[in-house]
Design a protein. Structure first.
Length: 210
């Protein structure tokens, strides 16, 4: 049985990674790969229900640790129901957010203990990490401006956070890039979509297929 390939896409809000993910699918399928896409939090029924609780803008009373634990619970269910079966089936799996989001948002953004988050991620995933992570980097104000211009996007609880939190999140991601350069590739998300997609595809091809 051929083990699949596990790729995650990360970035601050407004970086455009979800759009890039969709554009990557046909190009990767052209390589003869079975491509499966999914997202966190969500991807399976239980995790999608947890997602709705986390992102509900009415849940302003949610404690930071509660938020973290909900993300971790959704991650575990997603891993068991979606990620592991796809990889065991030999698929090329593209996941919109994974363990790095918890470090960036709840660790650097919320100020929770990063060692504790690393332990929870390890526990929830049985130590599984992506083969490759694409980090889409963009100036925080530009990213939030993109969100504001997108009239079709629903406003969620994280969209209501301060600029300062989003700055800390970006700092967290950049710290991860420096720490795990063998796994994480930084993509300039300020370019137009075509250039960002090309850079992402090139990173995948060079790291995993060349």
């Amino acid at each position: 049985m051929t083990q699949g390939i596990f790729i995650t896409l990360e970035g601050p809000d407004g970086a455009g990674k979800t759009t890039v993910l969709q554009e990557l699918v046909p190009r990767l399928e052209a390589l003869g790969k079975q491509v499966i896409t999914t997202r966190e939090p969500g991807g399976v029924a239980i995790a999608e229900e947890i997602r709705s609780v986390i992102l509900n803008p009415q849940n302003t009373a949610m404690d930071d640790k509660t938020e973290l634990l909900l993300y971790i619970a959704a991650r575990r269910q997603h891993l068991k129901e979606r990620i592991i079966p796809a990889l065991e089936d030999g698929a090329l799996l593209l996941v919109d957010r994974f363990i790095d989001s918890s470090v960036a948002y709840q660790g650097f953004g919320r100020g929770l203990d990063i060692e504790a988050i690393d332990w929870l991620n390890q526990y929830a995933t049985d130590g599984r990490k992506p083969d490759l992570t694409l980090y889409f980097d963009i100036d925080v104000e530009e990213g939030l401006a993109r969100i504001a211009r997108n009239k079709h996007r629903d406003v969620d609880r994280l969209d209501m956070e301060t600029l300062d939190l989003h700055e800390r999140v970006r700092k967290g991601y950049l710290t991860i890039v420096d720490k795990e350069a063998e796994r994480v590739v930084k993509i300039d998300a300020s370019e137009n979509v075509e250039k960002v997609v090309e850079a992402a595809y090139t990173a995948i091809y060079d790291r995993l297929f060349r």
